[in-house]
Design a protein around this ligand. Structure first.
Ligand code: ADP
Length: 412
């Protein structure tokens, strides 16, 4: 007989167009039972890297060989999990949580997936052509393997649906905007939600009392203004192209640059799309999109790398200033994701000169490397500056379990 109390595990799936990332979490304590990644799905040499009990990294297994599609990828993952006694058929598995990039206006919270939800995610493909089809593939595959198991979609856009209309609308013709669902949706929402909540905890306050500017600086990068736990503005827009300077994306530009490239440079729409999404940002400016490499080049006196860094920081400062104005009172500015968590020089430069906003960084605290949430501002600072490592998988698992788990008291 299956024990109902025993179903405490959540499998989190994040499917990209040619990849599948997964984590199996135990919701009793949020620990990882396994993490892994399938890459180059559909190509000749696909690779699966599986790490049981990621916390100590022991027993990592890798295998290469063609994995034809997402179904084969999930089957391979299921086999790896079964090898460790954690198979998809295990009674301990409570639910599967899927990262879904675009939830449009309808999904302001996670949902249990049914045919109607699938149809709506499909309907949103025109506004998320790169991401939603891959996410759908992952969901369909998982449902085919375990049709009886609750599956939950957790949307990157959901946290931003609280934005007021004046922040979400672009100042373009309303009928055209409405006909084509053009508005600011925002992305990285799971990270902004998690990090803003953890920041309130770090300050020892309730999220409803705290105003936070979250700077999610990874390869993709976005800022958000969070007032009392609710997002009131964010830098990404209709797509993840708008806002901050990113690894390969331009962020904000004059939209007329695109007509200019078409009319004067003779580029096609697809070429412009590729230029702005894949060949711009730090990579476009200096040839490198990795902040570690850029810092190394700056240390060697490389001028292009220096200018790329300065452009990146200038944009970041503009968003910090803008969101100070949007929020009025700011309790914390928090850095997260690969660059935000690791690049002390970025944090220092982004806050330098903003003392009149109550912002400062303590050099000693900023230099400390840690996986823990921490304050890097001096004691007594009017506005806290913090580093809070993001954990999108834990947040997806938490939201999935809250909706589908049998013993929801575990995640309170
Ligand atoms: P994403 O999930 O958007 O792919 P991440 O949040 O993992 O990205 O961030 C990846 C980026 O983090 C890398 O491209 C690199 O620029 C940056 N990064 C990682 N480690 C460091 C480090 N020690 N110092 C500076 N930058 C780092």
């Amino acid at each position: 007989m299956r024990s109902r109390e025993a179903a405490t595990r959540v499998l989190v799936l994040n499917s990209g167009s040619s990849s599948l990332k997964y984590q199996l979490l135990d919701m009793r304590d949020g620990s990882r039972l396994a993490v892994g990644l399938v890459e180059r799905i559909g190509e000749r040499t696909s690779a699966l890297v599986h790490t049981p009990r990621a916390s100590d990294g022991d027993g990592k297994r890798e295998r290469t060989g063609r994995i034809a599609d997402h179904t084969a990828a999930l089957e391979a993952v299921a086999a790896e999990l079964a090898h460790d006694g954690l198979g998809l058929d295990s009674p301990e598995l409570a639910a599967i949580g899927h990262r879904v990039v675009h939830g449009g206006l309808r999904f302001s919270a996670p949902v249990l997936i049914d045919d109607d939800v699938l149809a709506e995610i499909e309907r949103l493909v025109p506004v998320a052509p790169l991401h939603n089809p891959a996410n759908l593939m992952g969901i369909r595959t998982a449902r085919a393997l375990r049709p009886d198991l609750p599956q939950v979609a957790v949307f990157d856009t959901a946290f931003h649906t609280t934005m007021p209309e004046y922040a979400a609308r672009y100042a373009i013709d309303t009928a055209t905007a409405d006909a084509h669902r053009i508005r600011r949706y925002g992305f990285h929402g799971t990270s902004h939600a998690y990090v803003s909540r953890r920041t309130a905890e770090l300050l020892g306050r309730d999220p409803s009392e705290v105003n936070v500017i979250v700077l999610h600086l990874g390869n993709g990068a976005s800022a958000s203004a969070v007032e009392g736990g609710r997002c009131v503005d964010t830098s990404m827009g209709l797509t993840p192209l708008e806002g901050l300077v990113m690894g390969t994306r331009s962020g904000d530009i004059d939209p007329a640059v695109t007509f200019h490239l078409k009319r004067v440079a003779g580029m096609s729409v697809d070429e412009i799309d590729e230029l702005l999404n894949k060949k711009s940002g730090l990579a476009g400016l200096c040839g490198d999109n990795d902040m570690r490499e850029i810092q190394r080049r700056i240390d060697e006196g490389d001028e292009r790398a220096r200018l790329a860094f300065d452009i990146y920081i200038h944009r970041l400062k503009k968003y910090i200033g803008a969101y100070c104005a949007v929020l009025g009172r700011v309790d914390a500015v928090v850095f997260t994701a690969g660059v935000g968590e690791n690049a002390a020089a970025v944090r220092e430069a982004a806050v330098a000169g903003l003392e009149t906003f109550g912002l400062a960084v303590d050099a000693g605290r900023n230099a400390v490397r840690s996986d823990e949430p921490r304050l890097i501002s001096p004691d007594g600072a009017r506005t806290a500056v913090a580093v809070v490592p993001t954990d999108e998988e834990l947040e997806i698992a938490r939201q999935t379990f809250a909706l589908a788990g049998e013993d929801r008291t575990l995640i309170s």
